[in-house]
Structure formats: C-alpha cells, structure tokens
Design a protein around this ligand. Structure first.
Ligand code: SF4
Length: 401
C-alpha cells in the first residue's frame, strides 16, 4: 500500500497537518508526484442533475482570501476547482479576494464551479446580496447560489422557488439550493420533494453518517438528483481536543500512512451520494493534505471504520448534531442553542475565534443577555447526545460574549 506521508513521524504529522494549520515541521509531500501530475488525477463526481462534474474536494474560503492569490492558483493547478464562499464571509473579503483572483486570471473563471450564499433571509435582500457577489467577484454568473443556513423545512416555500426560477432565467445563477447546519434531516427530506432545489451543502461526517434519518434524507436527495456537498467533515466538537481517544485514533491512522483528518475525508467520500467535500484550506499544507487524501486509492478497512465509529461513540457528547428543534423547543424564548454550539465549535475546534465572535454577536442582544440565566435542564434531558447544554452555553457567553 502506498503511504500518503511515509516520511514523517507521528508527532510531526500532528504538528504539520493540524486543523489549526500549524507551521510545517517536515515536508510530508517529499515523496509525492509533482502537482501537475496530481492535477491530472483529481477525481470528479456529477453534481446531481446539473450536468456538471465537480472535484471531490472543494475549496472553502471562509477566510481572507485576498491575501491568498497564489494559494488559489495552486488549487486550480491541483484540480480543486469547486470554490465556496458567501456574501458574509470575512465581511466580504472572501468574495473580494476571489474577484481579485479573477481580475488577474480571467481565463480561470470558466474552470471554477463558483458557489456563494446569502443569509439575508428576505427575497429583496438575496437579490441585493447576489448583485454584490457578482460585482465583488467580477463575474456575470454564479454556478450555484445558496440560501445560507436554512433551519426549517418551512423556509423552502413558493416565494423562494419563484425567486430561484426567476434568477436562473435571468442567467445570474445557474443552479440554486441551500446550506444547512440545523435540523438537516428534515430540510433535506423536504428538499427531495422539490424539483427546484439543485444542490445542498450540509454537515456530514463520521459521526452523523450512521444516523438512520440522515441516511434516509441523503438517499432521498440523491434519488431526486440533488447535488450534495459535505461540510464540517472533521466532526470537531464543542469540547476541547487532545483527549486520549483522539490520540489513539491519530496513532491508528498514522501507522497506515495517513492522518486521522485524511481518514475522516475518506470516510465521507465512501458515500457515492456525496459529490464533493467543502474544506477550508488556509494554507498550502492543508490544501496538499486534502488533495493527497482525494487522490489516494487506499480504501478504509473494516477496522478503520470501526475505529472511527468507536471514537464517535466515545466522544458523542462532545459534538452537537444540530438537531436544534429538539433542545430549542425546551428552552424559554427558543434560545439559539444550535447556533451557539456551532460558534463554540468554530472557536474551540477550528481555532477561528473571530468567526465565532462575529456569529455570536449577531444573536439579538436581548436574547444574548438572557443566555446565562435560562434553565436548560429539560433541553439537556431531551438532547440525544447528552450535551451539558447549560454549562456550554455559559462558557460560550464567557468566551465569545
Ligand atoms: S444541543 Fe443536543 S439537542 Fe440541541 S442541537 Fe445539539 S445535539 Fe441536538
């Protein structure tokens, strides 16, 4: 079996390919083919019924991409030509960075499957955001436009359908869909009955993939021809990393020649219904690590899958699954537990404190002020993953407030 990273020690791997993108300690790619060879081999999958094939690894750009023109060029060379952004990312600097790239390399626009999102929550607001996105990214069209962060199936209504169809006819977007972190199974199942949803980006990882409702929802979408993009594939949770269970998992995969991060990507890609993984890649090390995982033909063994599954079970109460209709209905004023848990995850697992604080600040002040006073006992009893919701909410207020 070809090792992805045969030259590095386990310790150096963890430092080199850490989620936080720590500086390189050794060169893990010294034995890999040159990037041009890697590009030729980047696998693609059809994106639902759109007729477009997309690379199985997509570039998440929730970062200040204006400083990363060379990184984007490297991504194109490696075949990472699915780019995901949003009007809101980094206060617009993500989209502006992509615009700067297209200004410099206009010939690359047609190579890119460009995705952006609006969280305006009104039709007029989405139109305004779309115009802004087109202008910022110096393009005439968006390949896939998402309503950002759909939380309930009722949001997928006829008004949204009309907007999507009209905007497609105008040629400003080529396909339409939504992203979702909350109550995903319900939203995906509803979407599978709607002919006007072309694509969905949702949290999907080794923790969520075994849930029977999730399996049913993914299968239904695939059957309806909806392209599916997985995000949050590392399954990072609200409780800090570095536990014994995590080190054991890392050790298991390093012995096989790849990192646990790569193993988690492979686990997601084993589902043929997932067209692409959206992964944030703030530096070349992580870009190359993801590309290596996509190109490596080694399949996970039953033992590998079992290791991931055991780890998921052991650390289940470290991870919020976004089923917020369960806990929020059990808290006064429907405090946004699911959102707060996600911001904690950005801060603690992704080490993206700025993003976490920005999201937290968007919760209306009146609700934010109450978060430490509310009684979460009933919500904790109902939470299927037995999260210590009250404690985590108080910690979030302290860390992000
Ligand atoms: S806290 Fe529990 S019930 Fe609420 S969204 Fe997270 S996993 Fe679901």
């Amino acid at each position: 079996m070809k090792k992805i990273f045969p030259e590095c020690s386990r310790r150096n791997f963890l430092k080199t390919i850490g989620i936080a993108g720590a500086g390189s300690i050794c060169n893990p790619f010294s034995s890999l083919a040159e990037p041009t060879d890697l590009k030729a081999a980047m696998p693609t999958r059809p994106f639902g019924k759109t007729g477009i094939d997309v690379p199985i690894i997509g570039f998440g750009t929730s970062l200040d991409i204006s400083l990363s023109t060379l990184l984007l060029k490297q991504a194109v060379k490696l075949g990472v030509t699915y780019w995901d952004t949003a009007t809101s990312y980094m206060g617009g600097r993500s989209e502006k960075g992509i615009g700067k790239y297209f200004g410099k390399f206009p010939e690359d626009r047609k190579k890119i499957f460009l995705v952006t999102k609006s969280n305006a929550w009104t039709l007029n607001g989405m139109t305004r955001d779309l115009e802004k996105s087109l202008e910022r990214m110096k393009t005439d069209y968006i390949d896939l436009f998402f309503a950002h962060g759909i939380k309930k199936k009722g949001s997928l209504d006829d008004d949204l359908k009309e907007w999507a169809e009209k905007t497609k006819k105008e040629g400003k977007i080529r396909s339409f869909g939504f992203s979702t972190h909350n109550n995903m199974e319900e939203c995906l199942l509803k979407a599978s009955s709607l002919s006007w949803i072309d694509g969905i980006m949702f949290s999907y990882n080794f923790r969520l993939m075994h849930n029977k409702n999730m399996k049913k929802a993914v299968d239904a979408c695939a059957k309806s021809g909806i392209g599916l993009t997985a995000m949050k594939t590392q399954g990072g949770g609200q409780i800090g990393a570095g536990t014994e269970a995590e080190l054991k998992l890392a050790g298991h995969f390093l012995k096989k020649g790849y990192t646990e991060f790569q193993a988690k990507l492979k686990a997601v890609l084993e589902n043929p219904h997932i067209s692409s993984i959206c992964s944030e890649m703030p530096n070349t090390t992580i870009l190359m690590s993801n590309v290596a995982a996509a190109l490596d033909k080694t399949k996970l063994s039953d033992r590998d899958r079992n290791e991931l599954r055991q780890y998921a079970v052991k650390t289940s109460s470290n991870y919020c699954a976004g089923c917020s209709s369960i806990c929020e209905s059990a808290v006064r004023n429907r405090a946004p537990v699911g959102d707060v848990m996600r911001y904690l995850m950005y801060c603690r697992s992704y080490k993206e404190r700025g993003r976490a604080v920005d999201g937290f600040k968007k919760i209306p002040e009146k609700i934010r002020m109450q978060l430490t006073e509310l009684n979460y006992e009933e919500a904790e009893q109902k939470c299927p993953r037995e999260l210590a919701i009250g404690k985590l909410m108080r910690e979030a207020v302290q860390e992000l407030g």
